[in-house]
Design a protein around this ligand. Sequence first.
Ligand code: FAD
Length: 449
Amino acid sequence: TKKVLVIGGVAGGATFASQLRMLDEEAEIIVFEKDGTMSFANCGMPYYLGGFVEKREHLIAATPESFQEKKKIEVRIRHEVIRINRSEKTVTIKDHIKDVTYDESYDKLVYSPGAVPVVPDIKHLDRGNCYSLRSFKDMLKLDEHITKRNYQSVCLVGGGFIGLEMAENMKARGMKVHLVQRSSHVLNLLEPDFSQVLEKELIDHDVDLHLSATVEQINEDRSLKLSDGTEIEADFLLLAVGIKPNKHLAEAAGLSIGITGGVRVNEYMQTDDPDIYAIGDVIESFDFITGKPKQVPLAWVAHREAYVAARHITDDPVAFKGILGTAICKVFEQSAAVVGHSGSSLRKMEIPFETAELTSKQHAGYYPGASSLSLMVHFCPDSGTIYGAQAVGQGADKRIDVISTAINGGLSVLDLQTLEIAYAPPYSAPKDPVNMIGYKAVKKMNKKK
Ligand code: FAD
């Protein structure tokens, strides 16, 4: 039997261990998790903090006991791997419970230690109450402080997915919310017009938006000085300006790091040591469309990579097809979703493209609750290859998922006409916005020779 060790017991690591067990009943599997909680829903943390998820336990999908009992997988929590010893094929572990250090041998090692939040460059950061949100511990600490210290206001630093979700959730908790975003629009992978829809939604819900600004320093009286000269007050700061791969063990073990800063792997998730696999936020993967190196720290990616690694370890390989970066974010009543490349990313890569776009209702206009949905698709005007799409408004999820499926299946933008999409008035129109994009694209295609 194979002995497989896993570093990290959350999205990538726990999923990998489960998948491996499904494919191999015999393997000895041990998961090391440095924190006290395994297999929790990182993605649910903002919603717990906002009170939408009632109990913290609801975010925990499995425990070491349930893994042992149901899957015969051993999970050692509060066990931190501190070194990978490639030549001996062992790892060195610090057991934080007993305060001892020991080695464990492996046949295969799977590395899924996630990422660490980037700390922005703010003068006198130590003067403020600063938090980030990555681990279960982070969430519990913030929750406790909000209550015990009676925080009434927050400055969210960063207008990406986490900053935006936290805006809604901190409002739901009755706070005064400032959101400070360095670039001129929130969620800067969106087209500017689409970001503006989210910005209006934030302002309509009384969020104080500070665009093209950073927090420059925390003043002595703990007020915040922004780079545009504004001074604001906030009881605490949530730092959500991005993450970087938690790659130090891999680096120290001499594994290659890719140009995007993640651990380099092949399409089976093997690092350049064939007995060491890496998955999740820590790796550099590749783009589904261009094949170029790409890093996308999202849950779907970690789950798929976990499966791919498990298949390879059981000698039944299936190659990873690459990442489209399909993602979605809810901002109060609005949703924004993306798949593939934006116009600016295509321009940067100097890939010529055409765009079809429309704004319509997400479902029949006469049915209650009809609201505006905007959809934009970028494609190659010669071949019709779809490069990317974005949508904002209710129903963005359905349209982007359909287009993601179309890209995955190799359909062209004109094929979008032919997709038979479920319709009744509360859901869509006889001709769905996705179909409409297909019809609109005809005019933008280069004439056939
Ligand atoms: P993680 O799930 O972070 O797991 C890594 C684990 O490894 C950690 O528990 C860590 O303690 C442990 N570890 C690290 N080093 C060691 C070591 N040396 N020894 C032992 N253990 C170690 N993605 C989406 O797709 N949709 C969302 O809505 C979404 N929302 C999110 C909201 C928040 C607040 C956060 C933080 C993330 C969100 N994500 C979302 C991203 C998603 O959670 C990650 O992409 C995913 O968790 C990555 O899985 P991973 O296994 O690489 O890392």
